[in-house]
Ligand binder design. Structure first.
Ligand code: AMP
Ligand code: MG
Length: 313
């Protein structure tokens, strides 16, 4: 199959309406979308990404009226989060409606829903006229794509179209909150920090594991975010000294030289650059990538979660 590159949201959305799969930018990472109600199209997402069938997809909506199309029951907690953070990098897990095929939710009775705030994503979703289920637009296990070039690297010839936008602003995936139980639970840390969520829902808890054996958020079990190079977490650049063909990403390298490095001015910049840096290191044939540990506040929690998973990979 030939993968069409276009900057026109209308042209990209036409593929969704014909049952195709399209990669599109959002404020978090690039997603790989299909019409939520088209089972054959949703199956193409799993095939193109080589995604395990037990890993559920997030439904992206273009406006709030589409909430009730995919969900049967919006709990009080979900309503508060939606009011505070939609549109934005937050996914609420709610009970799915009967029309949503089980392939989209990996057999679960619940569905993750998010409304991106990204202008081009919004224009694309409006043209699609249906909620679009989309996981990150990478081959399963690889770092999530933050540029259209990264999508092309993984999925050229495997998908119908890439909607070309800029590099994504945040660079890490959305925060996922399960709103179906008595107490809302953060299933996956992400762009919106727990501190911010607590301002709206003081009772929110964090899924104890946030680990590989997470049963509540099945996708979190799978290998994730791994470059080919080995990833090692260090307190500072000094710990990484004296290694051949090594790269470093963090806040401060203090005079230590590396074959490749990314010194970031803030946790936000570190998050924005992480996945692209992993891919650049692979293209440059780097053997080991040292990632500096940072405080797990705000986006730092999600960043360290991704770095740990990459280091396990
Ligand atoms: P991705 O967009 O590739 O990061 O994948 C979406 C992730 O969102 C999954 O791997 C899960 O961790 C989470 N997710 C999506 N839908 C649900 C759901 N219904 N219940 C729990 N977690 C979900
Ligand atoms: Mg993913």
């Amino acid at each position: 199959m030939e993968t069409l590159l276009t900057a026109d949201p209308k042209e990209a959305a036409a593929f969704i309406r014909r049952g195709g799969v399209v990669a599109f930018p959002t404020e978090t990472v690039y997603g790989l979308g299909a019409n939520v109600f088209d089972e054959a199209a949703v199956a193409k997402i799993f095939e193109a990404k080589r995604r395990p069938a037990d890993n559920p997809l997030i439904a992206h909506i273009g406006d709030l009226s589409q909430l009730e199309v995919v969900s049967e029951e919006i709990t009080e907690a979900a309503r508060k989060l939606i009011e505070a953070f939609f549109p934005g990098p937050l996914t609420v897990v709610v009970k799915k409606s009967a029309h949503v095929p089980l392939i989209a939710t990996a057999g679960l009775g619940t569905i993750g829903v998010r409304m991106p705030r990204h202008t081009l994503a919004r224009a694309f979703l409006a043209e699609c006229g249906t909620p679009v289920v989309a996981p990150s637009a990478n081959l399963s296990g690889r770092p999530s794509p933050t540029t259209w070039q990264a999508v092309l690297e993984d999925l050229d010839g495997r998908i119908d179209c890439i909607l070309q936008g800029d590099a994504t602003e945040i660079g890490l995936e959305s925060t996922v909150v399960d709103c179906t139980g008595a107490v809302p639970i953060v299933l996956r840390s992400g762009a919106i920090g727990v501190e911010e969520l607590r301002r709206v829902l003081p009772e929110i808890t964090i899924f104890a594991g946030d680990t590989k054996d997470s049963a509540a958020s099945p996708g979190m079990r799978h290998k994730h975010y791994s470059p080919r190079a080995r990833v090692v977490i260090v307190g500072d650049a000094g710990e990484a000294k004296g290694r051949e063909n090594a790269a470093f990403i963090g806040l401060d390298a203090r005079g230590v030289e590396f074959a490749k490095s990314a010194i970031c001015a803030s946790a936000e910049e570190y998050a924005h650059r992480l996945f692209a840096f992993f891919r650049e290191c692979d293209l440059a044939g780097i053997d080991v990538i040292f990632c500096q540990r940072i405080d797990e506040t705000g986006i730092g929690r999600a960043l360290m979660d991704r770095v740990r998973r990459a280091a396990e990979g």
